[in-house]
Design a protein around this ligand. Structure first.
Ligand SMILES: Nc1ncnc2c1ncn2[C@@H]1O[C@H](COP(=O)(O)OP(=O)(O)OP(=O)(O)O)[C@@H](O)[C@H]1O
Ligand SMILES: [Mg+2]
Length: 373
């Protein structure tokens, strides 16, 4: 599975490079077009001006020679026409700059507004119980296309709920809303009875350990990446945590252990090691709520089992939402919520849901059963 990870990464990199050069090309073409238009405005205006002056001199000269116009009036008229054209020329020259400045200004305003709207809550402390409630939540990424179509459920403090459903059914989206990466169109999400929007963003995100299968890694050592949230945690403490979770040997496989430098995007860090990094991150903050978005790709059974055991230790006494793909994590949950097309369609324990012979039973037969064999 190591090779798979490498493949997945170089593939993604290729996609990135491809889309980057595509966007670059498009940008170039649009810029060339814009420059063509802008640079044609200046000369056109100059030609019109020159023609105007020629016309005045020709027609005015005729009138002067016929004695119908004095030289003084002609000169004055010429002066006025010139005074009229000069500012117009200036405007066309500045028009380009003005346009790009306005576009930039728009972005600045957008950014300022976004920053302000995002964080208006006032509750600064972490929730004590860790109770979660979704109330008629409706949300979509694109206007008028809802992805979550009225979802309500409650997770009691300390309960472990698994969310399952076909791909694209809205599971990750549900979690994104809890962490306020987006806000719902309608309905509410409550933590300990308070709307998530009432928490300060910083306090909210600190109160939820979000373990994604592919944690974001930053430049620096493995140790630094583990202790982002609290750099006062010593290396000895991290080692103790690793031993407690039974994960030390996974990190020991790295050439310099905790001091290993993470290369760009973490290409020298295995999937299992990434997982260890996010587990330690979660343990360091030690919040009441743990959210886990399991990736579909599986690790080798040995590592899988170690991580599973570590997770049991980390999740002790925590409210837990797992977007689950593995049968083991699903069966170990107190309750399973089945999502389909942005709605909850079934809810219950593994046995109850199998009994229903509905979507869960079908998913179980086609997916989960296969993954564990
Ligand atoms: N950032 C986004 N912008 C626009 N649409 C999105 C975005 N993220 C997800 N979607 C769309 O929302 C729908 C739900 O996606 P979501 O990621 O929540 O599914 P999921 O249940 O987590 O699927 P999977 O099991 O594959 O992870 C999909 O149709 C997806 O295309
Ligand atoms: Mg998902």
């Amino acid at each position: 599975s190591g090779a798979k990870v490498v493949q997945a990464f170089s593939y993604r990199k290729k996609i990135n490079i491809e889309s980057f050069s595509r966007i670059n090309r498009e940008n170039l073409e649009i810029n060339v077009q814009a420059t063509k238009v802008v640079s044609s405005i200046g000369p056109t205006m100059s030609v019109i001006r020159a023609l105007g002056i020629a016309l005045i001199l020709w027609y005015g000269g005729m009138l002067v020679s016929q004695g119908k116009l004095t030289i003084g009036t002609l000169v004055a008229f010429y002066g006025y026409v010139d005074m009229f054209f000069r500012p117009i020329l200036m405007i066309t020259m500045f028009y380009n700059t003005l346009q790009s400045t306005l576009a930039a200004a728009e972005r600045v305003v957008d950014f300022l507004r976004w920053e302000k709207e995002e964080d208006y809550g006032s509750i600064d402390k972490m929730p004590e119980k860790g109770e979660i409630e979704y109330k008629n939540v409706v949300f979509g990424y694109d206007e008028r296309i809802p992805v979550i179509k009225g979802v309500s459920f409650r997770v009691r403090p300390g309960e472990r709920v698994a969310i399952v459903g076909p791909t694209g059914s809205g599971k990750t989206t549900l979690v994104n809303l809890l962490l306020r990466f987006y806000d719902p169109w309608e309905g509410q999400i409550l933590i300990d009875g308070m709307d998530v929007r009432e928490y300060k963003l910083d306090a909210l995100r600190k109160s939820i350990a979000f373990v994604s299968q592919e944690p974001i890694l930053f430049d620096g050592t493995v140790y630094e990446n583990m202790t982002l949230a609290n750099s006062s945690i010593s290396k000895e403490e991290v080692i103790r945590m690793l031993e407690y979770l039974g994960l030390k040997e996974i990190i020991d496989k790295l050439p310099e252990g905790l001091d290993t430098k993470i290369l760009e995007g973490g290409k020298n860090i295995s999937m299992g090691q990434r997982q260890v990094i996010s587990y330690i991150r979660a343990l360091i903050v030690n919040p009441k709520i743990l959210v886990l978005d399991e990736a579909t790709s599986s690790l080798d059974l040995y590592t899988e089992e170690k991580l599973q055991k570590a997770l049991e230790k980390i999740s002790k006494g925590k409210t837990m939402i797992i977007i689950a793909h593995r049968l083991q994590t699903i069966i170990n949950s107190d309750r399973i919520i089945v999502i389909h097309n942005g709605r909850i369609v079934e809810e219950g324990t593994h046995d109850e849901l199998l009994e229903m012979k509905g979507l869960y039973a079908r998913l179980y037969e086609s997916q989960f059963a296969k993954i564990t064999t």
